[in-house]
Design a protein around this ligand. Structure first.
Ligand code: MN
Length: 232
């Protein structure tokens, strides 16, 4: 059998220390997973269960180390915002994964941006409609190369930060996650069967803000490198 047209090729994210690419399957994102960010969005950060939304695999923009990659300013927004996030890469699938063994399913970690059309997200949220047009647009998920668990280990206490044109915007620590990585993996796997290649953007700390055409975002997580993106 052939295809009616050539299908898009699999999106791959480089892996530090190897020439092999991590093939992206689904991109899951966690909403409101840092207390101070939940407050700035107008919500009580008490441990309400984690909630999830998705982006398409072709939202990925790979940002090689030491480079600044151009990303197109998206259409139909006047309030594009940065959300710097720890990204979990799933290496072993499963469903109903226990918290205690969730780390065994992790291939590695990276740093990514969950770019957000905040005006459209809020308009949809306020009408009880899905978030897709606010979150799942083209080039909305820049990511740096992944670090395998064998290289990085698992997150404990690492700074997470992003600057816009050299000025601090977000600065926190991944130890401030409301729901830890094992808890996120376990909970997510009760809703969806996780498969190798899945990425999980684990939520952003406080300090989200607007970015304009021509501005450069540079962000990172201690031990997981940095990424730099210019809006064009
Ligand atoms: Mn986010």
């Amino acid at each position: 059998m052939t295809y009616t047209f050539e299908p898009e090729s699999t999106v791959g994210v480089p892996v530090v220390g190897t020439d092999a690419l991590f093939p992206v399957r689904r991109i899951y994102c966690v909403g409101r997973n840092y207390a101070a960010h939940a407050r700035e969005m107008g919500f009580d950060p008490d441990r309400e269960p984690p909630f999830f939304f998705c982006k398409p695999d072709n939202a990925i923009v790979v940002v090689p180390p030491g480079t600044t990659v151009d990303v197109h300013f998206p259409s139909l927004t006047t309030n594009l915002q940065h959300e710097i996030e720890l990204v979990v890469a799933i290496g072993t699938g499963g469903r109903d994964i226990p918290v205690a063994s969730a780390n065994d399913h992790v291939f590695g970690y990276g740093v990514g941006l969950d770019m957000t059309r905040r005006d459209l997200q809020f308009a949809m949220r306020d009408k009880g409609r899905p978030w897709e047009i606010g979150k799942a647009f083209d080039e909305s998920a820049p990511i740096a190369p992944l670090y395998p668990v064998a290289v990085f280990g698992h997150p404990s206490k690492q700074a997470i930060w992003v600057q816009v044109d050299g000025a601090d915007r977000q600065r926190s620590d991944v130890s401030q996650l409301i729901w830890s990585v094992p808890e996120v993996v376990a909970n997510l796997s009760t809703y969806f069967t996780l498969k190798p290649g899945d990425l999980i953007y684990t939520g952003t700390p406080e300090g989200v803000g607007k970015v304009e055409r021509g501005q450069t975002m540079r962000g990172g997580i201690d031990g997981l490198g940095e990424l730099s993106v210019r809006l064009v």
